[in-house]
Design a protein around this ligand. Structure first.
Ligand code: ATP
Ligand code: MG
Length: 602
C-alpha cells in the first residue's frame, strides 16, 4: 500500500489538472464583429496624447466630465493590469475582499474626515435623510471591519485588498482616465502589531509595486513623497511613471538611489556672500515697484539679495512667510510644517492692508505686529544683508540684517528644490523629470485604528491599536500612463503584457481566396497556440487596416498578401520597432508565440 502522505499529494496534483486555475477570457476576435470605433480626427477636448489616443483608438467613450465607458479593447487592457496587480498582491499574502462603495457618514465623522475632506467627497442622503458618501478611499470602512473582527495578536498581520471604483469630485477632472471622477484603484490595507511589523508590510508592498509596474512594461521610479491630507506620520513613496506630460515634478540623483517628489525634496540651505555687508538699514523710495523682478531691476541688486514676504491665511489664521527672492515657496512643506490646514492661501489684499497697513508688494518683516507669527525659510537668517518691504506704500528697506532685524518665530525648510542642487545623500547634482503618479505606499501608523478603536490584545494582555499602512495603485490611470510613455505619431505602442490583443492578422485583400483561406487558417492556429489574436476580416483597403492596427497599437501584425504568399510567405511586423520580416506560413505562428513569451516573461 502507498503511504498516506503520498496519496494526498497525488490527489492535490490531480485536482490542479482537472480545474484550470483561472478562466482567461476571450483570446480571439474578428474585427468585423468588434466594437472598436476608431477615429481619424483628434477629439477637440482631449489635451494630452493618451486621452486623444484612447478615444481615437476606440478604447473609451466619455459619459460626462470625468466619467467614462470602457469599450471592449479598453476593458481588456484594464483587466490585464488588474490581473498583474492581483497576482502580485496575492504573492505577498494579500487577501482580496470587496467593500461597499457607498459609505455611512458616521464612520467618516469618527475618523474626523467628514469635515476636512472638503468638496472632493461626493456626499448623498438616503430616503431617511441619513448621510453617506461615495468612497474616495476606504480607511474608515476597513478599520471598522477590523475593530469588529480582530481581537488577538494571533490574527495579525493582515493584508487586505480590493480592486474597485473610487469617487472623487476632482476640481479639474481632465486628461481622460488620468484624472477621472470615477476611477479604478487597487487599495490594500495592512494591519500589524507594531512598527516593525508595519515596516515589513510596507517593504512587501514596495517590492510588489516595483514588480507590478515592471511587469506592465513601464519605466517608473519610486520617489519619496509628501504625506498630505491622508495623515499618518510614517514614510511614504509614490510610484511615478516617467513621462513629459506628467503632472508631478520629481528630482532624482543620477549617481545614487535618491529620488523625491519636489513637493517633498529636502533642501540644503545655501549661503550667498554679499558685496558690501557694512551699511546700515535704510528706507528707500521705490515708486510703483510691486514684484521681485521689478525690485531687483529698480535697485540693480540680484534677486538673491531680496526677501519675499508673503502674508498667508491657513484656515482662520494669518501668518507671514519669508523666503529669499530667487526661491519658490513650497506651500506643501509650509502646510505640513504648520500642522496641516484644510485651506491655505495667500491673504487677500484687504487683509494685508488691515494687518500691515500697505499693499502686498510692500510687505516686509521689520517691526511686524507682535501677534502675527513669522516663519522663515532656512536661507533667510543666513543672509548677511537683505532688501525687504517696509510695510509702507512705495518703500523698501535696503541693508537690513535678517538675523537681527527680522522677528522670526520659526525657521523651516520651505522652499522648492531646484534642478542641479546637490543630492543630500551623495552630493551629486540632482536632475528633474516629470512623472505620473500611478501608485502610493503609505505608513499610516495608528491614526485610524486609534480614532475608530481597532485594537487587539498583545501576548501580555495589553490592549494595543493596530499599526496600519495603506497602498494604492491607480489601475485606470496606469492605462493612460502606459500610453503617455509608449506611443508615436501613428498611435499606441502597447507593451506586450498589457496589450488588448497581442497580434493582428491582416489579409490585404478579401478577393483573393488563397489570402483569405491562409488568414483563416493562421487565425485558428494562433488560437490553438494561445496567442491573443484578432483577424481584420473587414472588406477595407489595406491602408485603412494598417492605420487602424497602428492606432490601436497591437504589438505584432501579420500581413498576408498575394505577392509574398506566392512564395509561401507572410510578413511579420513589430509595432515597437517597425521592423518587418518575411516568414513562411508554416513558421509564423511559432515565431509569434516565441516573441510573445519573451516579452511577457518576468
Ligand atoms: P493625485 O495627487 O494625483 O490627485 P492622490 O495622491 O490623491 O492622487 P491616492 O489617494 O494616493 O491619490 O490614490 C492612489 C492612486 O490612485 C494614485 O496614486 C493614482 O494613481 C490614483 N488616482 C488618484 N486620483 C485619481 C483620479 N482622480 N483619477 C484616476 N486615478 C487616480
Ligand atoms: Mg497619492
Amino acid at each position: 500500500m502507498m503511504p498516506l502522505r503520498m496519496s494526498i499529494h497525488e490527489i492535490n496534483i490531480g485536482a490542479i489538472h482537472e480545474f484550470p486555475v483561472q478562466r482567461k477570457g476571450m483570446f480571439h476576435m474578428r474585427v468585423s464583429q468588434l466594437l472598436n470605433p476608431t477615429l481619424r480626427e483628434v477629439p477637440a477636448e482631449a489635451e494630452v496624447i493618451s486621452h486623444q489616443l484612447m478615444v481615437r483608438a476606440g478604447l473609451i467613450r466619455k459619459s460626462a466630465s470625468g466619467l467614462y465607458t470602457y469599450l471592449p479593447l479598453g476593458l481588456r487592457v484594464l483587466r490585464k493590469i488588474e490581473t498583474i496587480v492581483r497576482e502580485e498582491m496575492d504573492a505577498k499574502g494579500g487577501q482580496e475582499l470587496l467593500m461597499p462603495i457607498m459609505q455611512p457618514a458616521e464612520l467618516w465623522k469618527e475618523s474626523g474626515r467628514w469635515d476636512v475632506y472638503g468638496d472632493e467627497l461626493f456626499r448623498l442622503k438616503d430616503r431617511h435623510n441619513r448621510e453617506f458618501c461615495l468612497g474616495p478611499t476606504h480607511e474608515e470602512i476597513i478599520t471598522d471591519l477590523i475593530r469588529g473582527e480582530v481581537r488577538s495578536y494571533k490574527q495579525l498581520p493582515l493584508l487586505l485588498y480590493q480592486i474597485q471604483n473610487k469617487y472623487r469630485d476632482e476640481r479639474r477632472p481632465r486628461f481622460g482616465l488620468m484624472r477621472g471622477r470615477e476611477f479604478i484603484m487597487k487599495d490594500l490595507y495592512s494591519f500589524d502589531r507594531d512598527e516593525a511589523g508595519l515596516a515589513e508590510s510596507y517593504q512587501k508592498m514596495y517590492d510588489a509595486y516595483c514588480r507590478i509596474f515592471a511587469r506592465c512594461g513601464l519605466a517608473y521610479r519610486p520617489v519619496e513623497a509628501d504625506a498630505g491630507a491622508i495623515g499618518g506620520t510614517g514614510g511614504t513613496h509614490e510610484f511615478m511613471v516617467l513621462a513629459d506630460s506628467g503632472e508631478n515634478a520629481v528630482v532624482y540623483c543620477p549617481e545614487c538611489s535618491y529620488a523625491a517628489n519636489v513637493e517633498k525634496a529636502e533642501c540644503r540651505p545655501q549661503v550667498i556672500e554679499v558685496a558690501s555687508p557694512e551699511g546700515q538699514r535704510k528706507l528707500v523710495f521705490t515708486p510703483n515697484v510691486r514684484t521681485i523682478d521689478e525690485l531687483s531691476g529698480f535697485l540693480a541688486v540680484p534677486k538673491t539679495s531680496l526677501v519675499k514676504s508673503l502674508l498667508y491665511q491657513g484656515d482662520e489664521k494669518l501668518f507671514l512667510v519669508l523666503i529669499r527672492g530667487d526661491r519658490e515657496l513650497n506651500e506643501i512643506k509650509l502646510n505640513n510644517a504648520l500642522g496641516g490646514f484644510v485651506s491655505l492661501e495667500l491673504a487677500s489684499p484687504e487683509d494685508v492692508k488691515k494687518i500691515l497697513g500697505c499693499e502686498p508688494g510692500s510687505v516686509g518683516p521689520v517691526e511686524v505686529p507682535n501677534e502675527l507669527m513669522v516663519v522663515a525659510d532656512e536661507e533667510v537668517p543666513l543672509m548677511k544683508k537683505a532688501v525687504c518691504g517696509a510695510n509702507k506704500a512705495n518703500h523698501h528697506f535696503v541693508d537690513a540684517v535678517p538675523s537681527i532685524e527680522f522677528r522670526i518665530d520659526q525657521v523651516l525648510d520651505l522652499r522648492m528644490m531646484e534642478q542641479g542642487e546637490a543630492c543630500l545623500k551623495c552630493g551629486a547634482p540632482l536632475k528633474e523629470a516629470r512623472g505620473i503618479e500611478v501608485g502610493q505606499v503609505f505608513k499610516l501608523g495608528t491614526k485610524y485604528s486609534k480614532a475608530l478603536g481597532a485594537t487587539f490584545l498583545d501576548p501580555d494582555g495589553e490592549e494595543k491599536a493596530c499599526v496600519m499602512g495603506c497602498y494604492g495603485v491607480g489601475v485606470s490611470r496606469s492605462i493612460a500612463a502606459a500610453i503617455e510613455q509608449n506611443h508615436d505619431d501613428y498611435g499606441i505602442i502597447w507593451p506586450m503584457p498589457i496589450a488588448p490583443y497581442q497580434c493582428i492578422i491582416v489579409p490585404v485583400s478579401t478577393k483573393d481566396s488563397l489570402v483569405v483561406e491562409t488568414a483563416d487558417k493562421l487565425y485558428l492556429e494562433f488560437q490553438r497556440l494561445g496567442v491573443e489574436v484578432v483577424l481584420d476580416d473587414r472588406d477595407e483597403r489595406a491602408g485603412v487596416k494598417f492605420k487602424d492596427a497602428d492606432l490601436v497599437g497591437y504589438p505584432l501584425r501579420v500581413t498576408i498578401g498575394s505577392k509574398t504568399l506566392a512564395n509561401g510567405q507572410v510578413e511579420l511586423r513589430e509595432r515597437k520597432t517597425g521592423e518587418t520580416h518575411l516568414v513562411t506560413v508554416e513558421e509564423v505562428a511559432g515565431q509569434v508565440k516565441t516573441i510573445i513569451e519573451k516579452e511577457i516573461s518576468f
